[in-house]
Every structure is written in structure tokens, then in C-alpha cells.
Ligand binder design. Structure first.
Ligand code: NAD
Length: 491
């Protein structure tokens, strides 16, 4: 990692990356010969072109998954576990290429890409271990006369849809449990960042995953390609990670054939700093909760509530800390904040900041998009952001920290809960009692106490309210891909 990345090295990794569709164990072009451009957001330049699927390719992929399902669900769990462990090891062997490819197509700093490769691979190790622990039950009916046999079996072919912000980990978080449970799948990565998932397909093939078990469809016509597949009823499961509006539409489509669904949707996390918090710890927590992935994370702190007694000190320390973070191309070692993924995302961040400033917020740091090539927005701290400002209710998805004061515990809990989202919240206080009291009352699937990150493959990740349905990771992740069958046996 300490060796500087040269332009030749960037080209070599991009040239070596697969760009075709991966269907039924084969690499192939899209049937209509369509391709799409993949950009480097730090320069705005085209990196390469990837095959761009049409509905016919979608059908091929789903038919391949359907054909492979019966055989795959009968493979011994240990074999499925070995496939995942092989893939885990191959990801580590190829981490330099995977990390660089991710930085080039998505923009995040290289150190964070290495972190994501590691995090993504951990889902394979975790679910390799889970694959061999799928259990059931056996009991006598309470009134006698019958025995219950409880059997867990694969849900069936699954459609997996992932966003651009974590191009590898959002895929392995679904593929790990699907493979462990014995489900085949059609995975559609985001069109902005298809290369990481295509590189993973190659790894899965080498790891021994049979043809048809994992199929990767890249397309710029997501709705047109995916909707008929969902409505066909051939797939029995949809696992989606993305925005709430798209998730809502997909839930409607799934209702027709009553598909099992897992929905990892948007967030509007609050980050609460009480007057008794260790402020240095809180600042570091806020840096992580806000700046991980340059703020382009569903778990990003979107609303920062600071007790008025410590507001001045906290805001100065945070601005000082964020002011030291260098914005630049992710491949440069000093870079701490990469570009936004595209011009649209950068312009949205700029628009939300302008709206907050117009509504009365004060800019303490940053506040203007960077000029020049690439889609950069610098770290920004705003104080006195009024609750009517758009960024209070919309995901910012950028390196902007909006601060607002509070005075009372009950008041802040009500304000934290005043959103339709419920993914994660963060609480900083040195009082254990208060930390647990607040954690119990905030409406979210996850809470970080004195820590600015909650993602862990061994923990159940997910939201409540309009942030989603179901959990990924932990010991519940595999359940999302298993059906429970009860077999009654007469005595
Ligand atoms: P998005 O909803 O625009 O897209 C997500 C995926 O859905 C992409 O692959 C996209 O091509 C696909 N898609 C879009 N329209 C579709 C349609 N009609 N049919 C089928 N597929 C369709 O989201 P995004 O901009 O890629 O990602 C950012 C969003 O994802 C944010 O809201 C973020 O909070 C959320 N997210 C949530 C989690 C979580 O675990 N809760 C994790 C990461 C990101």
C-alpha cells in the first residue's frame, strides 16, 4: 500500500477486470451487444465499458439460476462452506487489485477500499461457518398423537440488488448467506460500479461455485430488466439494498407473487453528544460516522445533536479535525476524502448545503463544491441548522456535518425519532444508565454507544420504519434465505 499507484498500474487493473455479463458460469456479451460506460469519479473520465443487459439477458440469468437451484440446494452444507472459504481466501490474495478497482470506479480512498475488501470477505467467512450450523427441531405435540419435525430449506432462486456505495460488501452480505443456505441467485450491481462485482464473480467461479448458482447482470435499464423477473414468480426472494423510494416500488412488485423480501433502505442517522460525553472520543466517533465513505453511507450521521453546554467546544474540535482531512483522488495516499460518485450526487450535496444556509445555518468549514475535474465536495461543518432545512429530512450522502443544539434528554429523543427512517443512531455519554435508556428509546434497528460505526458481519444489520425489513449478517442473516418447513408425523 505504501508503493505509489502509477497510471500504468491503474490501467493494468482496469484492463484485467472482467466487463462481460456472467451467466450460467460463462462470460458473455449482452445479447443486443449493448455496453455502458464506467467512469472514474475523481476525473470524470471513462475507465472502461461493460456489457449492458437487456430483458433477454435477464431471462437467461434467471433461467440459469432456476435450473441450478435443485441441485445446489442438495449439495452438502460443508461443500457450500468450502466454496465460501475458498472465495474468502481468494479475496485476500487479490486484495490489491480488488481495492484499486473499487477506488477507481467508486472514488473512496484506497485505505477504505482495503477496509471494504476485508469487510466483504468476512461475510464469506462468517456464512461459511453458518452453512454447517443450519439446524431444525424435533418435538412431541403438546397434546400427544403427533411429532413435529422442523426442517430448514433454501428459499429458492433469489434476486439480489445492490447499490454503488459499497460495491463489494453489499454483494457479499447477500451472496454469503444465499450460498450458505443453498440458494442460487441473479445479482444486479449498481451500474455506476459494476466492476467490483464482476471481479468477484471470477473469484466465485474459481472458488468452485457451480455454473448457474451466481449470475451477474449489469444493466442501465434496471426497471425494465428486473421487474419481469420479479413478477414471474420464478425467483422466490428479493434482497435489495438501496434507497427507500426504489425499495417501496420493488415491494409492490414482489406483492404479486408474494416473494420473500429483505430490504436494506435509506437512513437518517442522528448522532447525539451529551454534556457528559468524552468530547475527544465523540469527535473521533463523529469523524467515523460522518466521513466513512466520504459520507456516502446509509449509516452516515445525518443530524448531529450537541448539548448546548458543549456545542462550542465540540463544533470547533470537529471543524479542526475535518479541516485536516485532505480531499483528493482515492489512489493518493494522503487522501482522506474522495470524490462524490457522480456529478448528480455532488450537485445534490451542494443544493442541500445552499438550502440549509438560506434557512439560517452558519458555515464553519467548507460549504462550496470544489472546482476542477472530478466530483469533489470538501468536508463541511454547519451549525444552527434549522429543522426545516431539507438536509434534516433527506439523506445528505456527502461529507457535510450539520449541527444543532439541544438541552434536554427527553427533547432530544423526540427529535431523533422525528423521521420516517430508523436505521441507526449514535449516542455519546459517559453515563451507562443514560446510554442504555436512550438506546432503548430511539427508533432504529441499530445503535452505536460511544462508537461511530456499527457494521460487523457477525452482527444483525438492518433498520426499522422506512429503513427496511429483515437483517443481514449475524446469525439471523442466513434465516432470510431459509424457509421453515414443519413436518407432522403421526405417533
Ligand atoms: P438506488 O435505490 O438508486 O439503487 C440501488 C440499486 O437498485 C441499484 O443497483 C439500482 O440500479 C437499482 N434499481 C434502481 N431502480 C430500480 C428498479 N426500478 N428496479 C430494480 N432495480 C432498481 O440507491 P443508490 O443510489 O444506488 O444507493 C444509495 C441508497 O442506498 C441510499 O438511500 C442508502 O441509504 C441506501 N443504502 C442502504 C444500505 C442499508 O444497508 N440499509 C446500505 C447501503 C446503501
Amino acid at each position: 500500500m505504501s508503493v505509489p499507484i502509477t497510471a500504468d498500474r491503474e490501467n493494468e487493473v482496469v484492463q484485467a477486470a472482467p466487463t462481460q455479463l456472467f451467466i450460467d458460469g460463462e462470460w458473455r456479451d449482452a445479447r443486443r451487444g449493448r455496453t455502458l460506460e464506467v467512469f472514474d469519479p475523481s476525473t470524470g473520465r471513462v475507465l472502461t465499458r461493460a456489457a449492458n443487459a437487456s430483458p433477454e439477458d435477464g431471462w437467461d440469468a434467471l433461467k440459469a439460476a432456476e435450473a441450478a437451484q435443485k441441485g445446489f440446494e442438495r449439495t452438502p452444507p460443508r461443500e457450500r462452506a468450502e466454496m465460501l472459504m475458498n472465495a474468502f481466501r481468494l479475496m485476500h490474495e487479490r486484495k490489491d487489485d480488488l481495492a484499486l478497482l473499487m477506488t477507481l470506479e467508486m472514488g473512496k480512498p484506497l485505505a477504505e477500499s482495503y477496509g471494504e475488501v476485508n469487510y466483504a470477505a468476512e461475510f464469506f467467512r462468517h456464512f461459511a461457518e453458518e452453512a454447517t450450523r443450519i439446524s431444525g427441531g424435533y418435538q412431541t405435540a403438546p397434546a400427544g398423537g403427533s411429532r413435529f419435525l422442523i426442517h430448514k430449506q433454501a428459499v429458492g432462486p433469489s434476486i439480489l440488488i445492490t447499490p454503488w456505495n459499497f460495491p463489494l460488501a453489499m454483494g457479499t452480505r447477500k451472496l454469503g448467506p444465499a450460498i450458505a443456505a443453498g440458494c442460487t441467485s441473479v445479482l444486479k450491481p449498481a451500474e455506476l460500479t459494476p466492476l467490483s462485482m464482476l471481479a468477484l464473480a471470477d473469484i466465485l467461479r474459481e472458488a468452485g461455485v457451480p455454473a448457474g448458482v451466481v449470475n451477474i447482470l449489469v444493466t442501465s435499464s434496471a426497471g425494465e430488466v428486473i421487474e419481469p423477473l420479479i413478477r414471474s414468480g420464478i425467483a422466490r426472494k428479493l434482497s435489495f439494498t438501496g434507497s427507500t423510494p426504489v425499495g417501496r416500488r420493488l415491494l409492490e412488485q414482489c406483492s404479486e407473487k408474494v416473494l420473500r423480501t429483505s430490504m436494506e433502505l435509506g437512513g437518517n442517522a442522528a448522532f447525539v453528544v451529551f454534556e457528559d460525553a468524552d468530547l475527544d472520543k465523540a469527535v473521533e466517533g463523529a469523524v467515523l460516522a460522518k466521513m466513512r465513505n466520504s459520507g456516502e453511507a446509509c449509516t452516515a450521521a445525518n443530524r448531529i445533536f450537541v448539548h448546548s453546554q458543549v456545542m462550542d467546544e465540540f463544533s470547533q474540535k470537529l471543524a479542526e479535525r475535518l479541516g485536516r482531512m485532505k480531499t483528493g483522488r482515492g489512489v493518493d495516499e494522503e487522501t482522506a476524502v474522495g470524490p462524490m460518485v457522480d456529478a448528480r450526487q455532488r450537485d445534490k450535496v451542494a443544493e442541500l448545503v445552499e438550502d440549509a444556509v438560506r434557512s439560517g445555518a452558519k458555515v464553519v468549514l467548507g460549504g462550496e463544491p470544489a472546482a476542477g475535474e472530478g466530483y469533489f465536495y470538501p468536508p463541511t461543518v454547519l451549525t444552527g441548522v434549522p429543522e426545516g432545512a431539507r438536509m434534516w429530512s433527506e439523506e445528505i450522502f456527502g461529507p457535510v456535518a450539520p449541527l444543532t443544539p439541544f438541552d434536554d434528554e427527553k427533547e432530544v429523543i423526540d427529535r431523533v425519532n422525528d423521521t420516517e427512517y430508523g436505521l441507526v443512531n449514535y449516542v455519546f455519554t459517559e453515563s451507562l444508565n443514560r446510554a442504555l435508556r436512550v438506546a432503548e428509546q430511539v427508533e432504529s434497528g441499530m445503535v452505536g454507544i460511544n462508537q461511530g460505526a456499527v457494521s460487523n458481519p457477525a452482527a444483525p444489520f438492518g433498520g426499522i420504519k422506512e429503513s427496511g425489513l429483515g437483517r443481514e449478517g449475524g446469525d439471523t442473516g442466513i434465516e432470510e434465505f431459509l424457509e421453515t418447513k414443519y413436518i407432522g408425523i403421526a405417533m
